[in-house]
Ligand binder design. Structure first.
Ligand code: CP3
Length: 348
């Protein structure tokens, strides 16, 4: 039994007494406690693969910030690694695949991992987290969207113009589809295993969905997200967060997901008018707003609550992940402001 199920109720657009809030990347480098645990692990990937330590950092923001949901500590790129690609995290440079996917032979070599085996450390972390949570708040599992995973697997890491994957998209669309199909299969098995192990909701991160034209977004990203939602939806709430896709909200809402993530470039009131009768919304304060003073943070929280307006179906969050150099006191001011100012919108 969950002691605080406000997050799950909001996902289903059921009544709550206040607006639940959590932050993308809430277990991260802005917390000194996170940095201490990471240095005990040695490096970021080892932290992901050590269930007790992954559980420890997942719980830190629950204890320190009083957020209404926990999110599994891991990374979206553990899937390509389990599919057979070597993954490195270079300090200060982000993720790197030294042998990116180039050819049909490279795609053939990728395996569909058994998530209970090759990603067993994630399942062990989920069990350890739920033990540590003891029902205080729900636990969110996650995956990268196939398109976003493919960008890293093909570009070999982060990218500015996504030249390599876009060239493949235009010149060899069938090759790209064969990779996306394989990733989708792996993702479905992975999310089913997370749900079976005990996560209460799942989020699909399509960080790079917004770099596609609307047609290409439908063809190369959304169609695969839709398949994932069809396979895992109904069991637990499914959240789809596609950054930079404010113009695609109607299409995303039509996948059958329960919650649509709204990034900070969109007006959440406008999005509610467009799709708020179909889905709950999650978002959307500019992560850079947390550099400002606690008074300004509180004012911006009030603005977003007013834009969404009265009633259920809003999960407060940032419009993308919290940044590593945000003062912890500002993150606390953000969470407290949502808890203090939102009950006025849930009286009816
Ligand atoms: O939200 C959470 O607290 C859960 C943990 C989580 C991480 N990564 C931890 C992490 C989640 C949900 C992710 C998802 C993820 N990883 C995404 C999609 C979401 C997004 O932010 O757009 C992407 C694109 C990745 C790939 C990735 N992992 C990148 C590009 C980087 C480098 C980022 C940077 O700022 O250096 C990572 C590393 C990473 N993943 C860190 C954390 C806490 C920092 C690693 C460290 O401790 O040094």
């Amino acid at each position: 039994m969950l002691k605080n199920d406000n997050f799950l109720r909001a996902c289903r657009r059921e009544k709550t007494d206040y607006t639940p809030v959590w932050m993308m990347r809430q277990a991260g480098r802005y917390l000194p406690e996170y940095l201490a645990t990471r240095s005990r692990a040695g490096d970021f990937l080892t932290l992901c693969k050590t269930p007790d330590l992954a559980a420890e950092v997942t719980l830190q923001p629950i204890d320190i910030l009083n957020v209404d949901a926990a999110i599994l500590f891991s990374d979206i790129l553990v899937i390509p690694e389990a599919m057979g690609m070597e993954l490195q995290f270079l300090v200060g440079e982000g993720p790197h695949f030294p042998d990116p996917v180039k050819t049909a032979a490279d795609i053939d070599k990728l395996v569909i991992p058994d998530p209970m085996d090759e990603l067993g450390y994630v399942m062990k972390a989920i069990t350890a987290i739920n033990k540590g949570l003891d029902g205080r708040v729900p636990l969110i599992g996650f995956t990268g969207a196939p398109w976003t995973l493919a960008t890293y697997m093909i570009e070999g890491g982060g990218s500015k113009n996504f030249a390599v994957i876009k060239k493949m998209l235009y010149d060899q669309p069938d090759l790209l589809h064969s990779l996306l199909n394989k990733i989708t299969e792996a993702v479905i098995a992975y999310l089913k295993a997370q749900i079976e192990t005990g996560v209460h909701a799942v989020q699909i991160f399509d960080t790079w969905g917004g770099i596609l034209t609307p047609d290409d977004f439908e063809t190369f990203s959304l169609q695969y997200i839709q398949r994932i939602v069809e396979e895992v939806g109904g069991k637990v709430p499914v959240i789809v967060f596609a950054k930079g896709a404010g113009h695609m909200m109607e299409s995303i809402a039509q996948t059958g997901c329960d919650v649509v993530g709204v990034d900070y470039m969109s007006d959440i009131g406008d999005i509610r008018r467009r799709v708020g009768d179909k889905v709950a919304l999650q978002g959307n304060m500019d992560p850079c707003n947390l550099y400002a003073s606690p008074e300004v943070i509180r004012r911006k929280v009030a603005d977003i609550l007013a834009k969404y307006g009265e009633g259920s179906g809003h999960i407060f969050n940032l419009g993308h992940g919290i940044l590593p150099d945000i003062p912890v006191e500002h993150a606390k001011a953000f969470i407290n402001a949502v808890h203090e100012l939102s009950p006025a919108y849930h009286k009816g």
